[in-house]
Design a protein around this ligand. Structure first.
Ligand SMILES: Cc1cc2nc3c(=O)[nH]c(=O)nc-3n(C[C@H](O)[C@H](O)[C@H](O)COP(=O)(O)OP(=O)(O)OC[C@H]3O[C@@H](n4cnc5c(N)ncnc54)[C@H](O)[C@@H]3O)c2cc1C
Length: 465
C-alpha cells in the first residue's frame, strides 16, 4: 500500500518495530532459493544486510527444475531481477537475449545457478524449514514480542535465529486436490495422481505412451499436457473439467488478441472436435478407486448425477495453494478467500486482474501483524493464479528496503511492464512449435487477453474499497 492509502497507521507502527535494536545483529532468513528468494538475497547483498537462504532442495530452484522442460511465456528481460543482474554483471556474466523465452531449465542454468554461486555458503541446501516462531513467544504472548528474534526450526531439528523472515517458499509443492469441492476426493491419497506438467515428450514419455491418461483441470498446464499427449501414438486421452464448456481454455481462437494463444486454443479444440481428446464437462471429481492396473474416477455433480471414467494415468492440473502451516505460530492476517495478505487480495483478485494488470506493491501490502515476517513471490499470492516473477522482484526490492530502514525506497513501488504485453506472442508462436508453452498461471497464452500497462503505486487498483 502506498503512503497515501489507508494502511498508513499500521505501516508506521511496523516501521518502528522491525528495525528495533535487540535482534539487529542476526541475519535475515530467506526461505526458498527460487527466483524470488534468490532475488531477495541479491537485494540483501546489495544493501549489505546479513542473510541466510534456507532451501529445502538439494539444488537451488528445485521447483522450477520440476517444470524445466516447459518454456515460459515472459521473455528474459522480465525474468531477471535488477539487483541480481547488477551482481552477476559485476562478476563477468553475460545476460541472455532479453527477448527470448527460456525454458525452466534455461532459467536455472543461465541465471539462477550462476546467481546462487555468488552467495556461497549463505545458501544452505537441504535445509527444509518446518516451523517459524519467535524465541520465547507463542502466538498469543504479546509484550516485547517485536524485539524477540525469529526462531526457525529445520526439518532436521536444528534451530536458527533471524531478525526477519522473507518466506519465498512458493506453492508448487502444494498442488490443489482433485476433489471438486476443494477437499481431497475419496481415495485420492491412495491413487498416486501425477503432478501437473509431466515431461510427456521427454523424460516421462514411457510413462504415458500407450496409456489412457486423464487430465483434470482447465488451465494452461492442463492444455499443455493435453497437446503433448496428443502427439503420442495409441495413447487415449480424456480431459475432465468442472465447467460446462471448455470455452475459457480455448480462448479466442482466430480472433484472439495473441496469435499463439489463439493457435494453442484452436489446436486443443481441434483435438476435441476430432475425438482425439475426449472431453468430459461438468465433471466434479468425487472419488477414485483403483485395482492393480487402472483407476476409476467418479464424478458426482452438485445435483448428485454421476459419471465415471477408467484410466491408466491421472494428471492433476488443478493449480496450487499456499501452505501457511510453517508460520502458524506467527500472527498472520490472511485474506479469507485467497490466503494472501488482506491488503494484497484486492490488487491480485483473479476476477479483476490478469498477471499484467496487477499493480506494483511491496512491503506495506505484504506486511502481517507479525513485524518482520513477509511472504513473497508466488506464495504471497495465495490461490490467485496471477503471479509474475517481475512482480515478485519488485516485492523483494521493497521488502528488503524496508528491512534496511529505507522506507522511502520501500514505498516507491514501480512495475514497468510494456503496454504490448509481457507475453511475446510472435516469439512464443515460433518457440512453441518446438516445446509447447505452459505457464501454470493465469495470463498465459491461453488466458483472457492481457491488457498490460505501466503501473505504479499511484494508479494501483482497489485499495480499501
Ligand atoms: C509451469 C510454470 C510456468 C511459469 N511461467 C512463468 C512465466 O512465464 N513468467 C513468470 O513471470 N512467471 C511464471 N510462472 C510463475 C512463477 O513466476 C514461478 O512459479 C516462479 O518459480 C515463482 O518463484 P518463487 O521464487 O516465488 O517460488 P518457487 O520457484 O516455487 O521457489 C520456492 C522455493 O522454496 C523452496 N521451499 C519450499 N518449501 C520450503 C521450506 N519449507 N523450507 C525451505 N525451502 C522451501 C522450494 O524448494 C523452492 O526452491 C510460472 C510457473 C509455472 C509453474
Amino acid at each position: 500500500m502506498s503512503a497515501s492509502c489507508c494502511g498508513t497507521t499500521a505501516s508506521l507502527e511496523l516501521e518502528q518495530t522491525v528495525n528495533s535494536g535487540a535482534t539487529s545483529a542476526l541475519p535475515v532468513a530467506v526461505i526458498g532459493a527460487g527466483p524470488v528468494g534468490l532475488a531477495a538475497a541479491a537485494h540483501l547483498a546489495e544493501r549489505g544486510q546479513d542473510f541466510l537462504v534456507l532451501e529445502a532442495g538439494e539444488q537451488v530452484a528445485v521447483s522450477v527444475a520440476k517444470w524445466g522442460h516447459v518454456r515460459v511465456f515472459s521473455p528474459w528481460k522480465y525474468n531477471i531481477d535488477a539487483a541480481a543482474q547488477r551482481l552477476l554483471q559485476a562478476d563477468g556474466w553475460t545476460a541472455p537475449d532479453p527477448d527470448w523465452l527460456p525454458t525452466g531449465a534455461e532459467l536455472i542454468d543461465d541465471y539462477l545457478a550462476p546467481l546462487a554461486k555468488l552467495f556461497g555458503d549463505k545458501i544452505r541446501l537441504g535445509a527444509r524449514v518446518s516451523a517459524i516462531s519467535r524465541l520465547g513467544y507463542d502466538r498469543v504472548r504479546t509484550n516485547g514480542r517485536e524485539d524477540a528474534p525469529f526462531l526457525i526450526r529445520l526439518e532436521s531439528g536444528e534451530e536458527l535465529q533471524a531478525r526477519a523472515v522473507v518466506d519465498a517458499s512458493g506453492t508448487y509443492t502444494n498442488p490443489n486436490v482433485l476433489g471438486a469441492s476443494g477437499l481431497p476426493a475419496h481415495g485420492e491419497n491412495t491413487v498416486g495422481a501425477d503432478h501437473a506438467l509431466p515431461d510427456v515428450l521427454g523424460a516421462d514419455r514411457e510413462r504415458y505412451e500407450g496409456k489412457h491418461t486423464l487430465v483434470v483441470g482447465a488451465g494452461h498446464s492442463a492444455a499443455t499436457t493435453l497437446l503433448a499427449l496428443a502427439q503420442l501414438e495409441d495413447t487415449p486421452i480424456t480431459w475432465a473439467i468442472r465447467a460446462g464448456s471448455a470455452g475459457r481454455t480455448y480462448g479466442g481462437g482466430d480472433a484472439d488478441a495473441l496469435p499463439a494463444r489463439g493457435a494453442l486454443g484452436t489446436r486443443l479444440r481441434a483435438h476435441v472436435d476430432s475425438d482425439r481428446i475426449r472431453l468430459l464437462t461438468g465433471f466434479f471429481v468425487h472419488s477414485v478407486t483403483t485395482d492393480s492396473e487402472q483407476a476409476t474416477v467418479i464424478s458426482r455433480d452438485p445435483s448428485g448425477a454421476e459419471q465415471s471414467v477408467t484410466v491408466d494415468r491421472i494428471v492433476a492440473a488443478t493449480g496450487y495453494r499456499p501452505d501457511h502451516s510453517i508460520a502458524s505460530e506467527l500472527r498472520l492476517d490472511l485474506d479469507p478467500i485467497l490466503g494472501s495478505t488482506r491488503q494484497l487480495a484486492p490488487l491480485i483478485d483473479p476476477n479483476q486482474h490478469s498477471c499484467g494488470t496487477v499493480p506494483a506493491h511491496g512491503a506495506d501490502e505484504l506486511a502481517h501483524p507479525e513485524p518482520g515476517y513477509y511472504a513473497v513471490g508466488v506464495k504471497s499470492y495465495g490461490r490467485a493464479p496471477t503471479f509474475l516473477m517481475a512482480t515478485g522482484y519488485e516485492q523483494v526490492r521493497s521488502v528488503v528496503a524496508a528491512l534496511a530502514g529505507d522506507w522511502e525506497a520501500a514505498r516507491n513501488v514501480q512495475l514497468d511492464l510494456p503496454e504490448t504485453g509481457v507475453c511475446s506472442s510472435s516469439l512464443a508462436e515460433a518457440q512453441e512449435q518446438r516445446l509447447g508453452l505452459a505457464t501454470g498461471i493465469s495470463g498465459g497464452l491461453l488466458a483472457a487477453p492481457l491488457p498490460l500497462a505501466t503501473v505504479s503505486a499511484s494508479n494501483g487498483g482497489g485499495c480499501c474499497g
